[in-house]
Design a protein around this ligand. Structure first.
Ligand SMILES: [Zn+2]
Length: 508
């Protein structure tokens, strides 16, 4: 009986005073204080009379849970001591990142976690095991169907990854080698992740009209959820290209119907009209890449006409050569130019120019292929969470979360502020099974963001994508200040978040 009394009397480590509190649940904002002791929030409400080692005046500022990003490409950043603080994310107010998406993850979950814990990381981090990674381990870049032995081997690799703490399995069914997998093969592996309490995250087979089409891909995802008994998350949901513009309506109807049937379907989304990919992934048909034979196929006169023809169709689908902007390439001279401009300079057709770029080592591109009305329709859904899908050469890695607030909440009023905060916090924590994160609530981990509603915004652009966002004033990660008065501190307070650990904690 003495314990609660002692607890209320105890000095706080941090008191955030007088802010506009948005707790992440979707509930309306209130004015109040947040108290932190150690790595936990101890109260949300009035801190009157409480003493604290550090008092933060949040008058005029908004206080929310730290943002959680379910789809990033940060595994390399977190493993590199020079980048492991994860500055682009901290300065967006992100306290937890997930990586290993799109079917592509580190091969060893345990080794990666051990390295991050040893070296220190600036944000919390969780990992998916990538289905493409597992397939490549067992079958290389073969487009064959796995033998029963190969399938068993892949299942065993997924089971190991899950035991080591992966939060689920990701696929990149649009990319090689994921695209060579049948739905049944994916279900077999997703079932293993499901048995360990994981979720299924997918870059779908087709977000456009390349192969099976957008709607058939959504149906495939729902089928995987139903037959593998696993929650499914559609990565970076979109309607890519003129052929499928307007189909957000049909996608939303399919997802809503599946949810009514009890299948746990959610999606992530980044708030940009351009996707980020490569010249090869955007234009080359997957058959031409099988067994790593792309360069050989390009030079084979018996194959090249068919390849050029299909690349042309894919270019039309994407919106033409002026919608592909080179963002990062071994040949620096092409960066910042569209494929159209490069083709004009070289007096070549756009496809010949694209083939030359691929032969010279390829290039990342920003591909302008989405319509605002589809983006807004998806964003309004209660099952859509914010993700950056951050990759080099696209402003989304530095700007996603502030941009969503500035552009879609404050400027255009597409969604209410509380709804936007929920989509970046508790909805994501709940979907991923992250225990005690994503809400401003006593007992929860003290991942707390304090931002200035007048200045929160991205500063990164397509021309200059690596510029930190503005408006994040304070940010605690597990109770330690990672951003203090607008500046990054030197602490690395992030933790590895293991799926099994959170599940065990939930069972207590
Ligand atoms: Zn993706």
């Amino acid at each position: 009986m003495l314990l609660p009394v002692q607890l209320t009397a105890q000095e706080l480590d941090i008191l955030i005073r007088g802010g506009t509190l948005i707790d992440g649940s979707g509930s309306r904002q209130i004015r109040g204080d947040v108290g932190i002791i150690g790595d936990r929030i101890v109260f949300v409400g009035s801190g009157a009379g409480r003493s604290a080692r550090r008092i933060i005046d949040a008058t005029g500022l908004v206080v929310t849970p730290g943002f959680i990003d379910p789809h990033t490409h940060t595994a390399g950043d977190l493993s590199d001591p020079k980048r492991s603080r994860n500055d682009p994310y901290l300065m967006q107010g992100v306290t937890t990142v997930v990586t290993g998406n799109d079917g592509d993850s580190p091969t060893s979950i345990a080794d990666t976690f051990a390295r991050w814990s040893r070296q220190g990381i600036g944000t919390n981090a969780a990992l998916f095991i990538g289905q493409g990674t597992v397939r490549r381990e067992v079958m290389g870049m073969s487009d064959a169907k796995p033998t029963p032995e190969q399938l068993d081997h892949m299942k065993a690799l997924v089971a190991t990854a899950m035991q080591e703490g992966a939060i689920g399995i990701s696929t990149g069914l649009y990319y090689a080698p994921g695209s060579y997998s049948s739905t049944e093969e994916v279900i077999a592996l997703a079932s293993i992740a499901a048995a360990h309490g994981g979720i299924y995250d997918t870059h779908m087979r087709d977000e456009s009209s390349y192969t099976v089409g957008l709607l058939a891909s959504v149906r495939e995802t729902i089928r995987i959820g139903r037959e593998a008994h696993i929650p499914v998350m559609i990565s970076h949901i979109k309607a890519l290209g003129v052929d499928v513009w307007g189909q957000s309506k049909d996608v939303i109807a399919l997802v809503d119907e599946a949810r009514r049937q009890g299948i746990n379907v959610t999606a992530s989304q980044y708030p940009y009209t351009a996707s980020g990919t490569s010249v090869t992934a955007a234009l080359v048909p997957r058959w031409a890449e099988a067994n790593g034979a792309l360069l050989k196929n390009i030079n084979d006169p018996a194959v090249r006409p068919r390849l050029v023809n299909e690349m042309n169709q894919n270019l039309v689908r994407r919106g033409g050569a002026d919608t592909l902007l080179m963002t990062s390439a071994p040949d620096h001279s092409i960066v910042g130019k569209t494929l159209e401009a490069i083709a004009r300079e070289r007096k070549e057709s756009p496809i010949d120019a694209a083939i030359q770029i691929i032969q010279a080592g390829g290039s990342d591109v920003a591909s302008f292929n989405m319509k605002e009305s589809d983006i807004e329709a998806f964003m309004r859904q209660s099952w859509v969470m914010t993700c950056s899908d951050g990759s080099e050469g696209h402003p989304r890695k530095y700007g996603t979360f502030p941009r969503k607030l500035r552009e879609y909440v404050y400027k255009r009023n597409v969604i209410p502020l509380e709804f936007a905060i929920r989509s970046s916090t508790s909805l994501t924590a709940q979907t991923l099974g992250l225990k005690d994160r994503g809400l401003l609530k006593p007992g929860y981990f003290a991942d707390v963001l304090v931002f200035d509603p007048k200045t929160i915004d991205e500063r990164a652009t397509y021309e200059n994508p690596r510029v930190l966002a503005t408006g994040v004033r304070y940010l605690t990660v597990n109770g330690q200040l990672a951003v203090d008065n607008g500046a990054l501190t030197s602490v690395l307070a992030g933790r590895v978040l293991k799926q099994s650990a959170s599940r065990e904690a939930q069972l207590k």
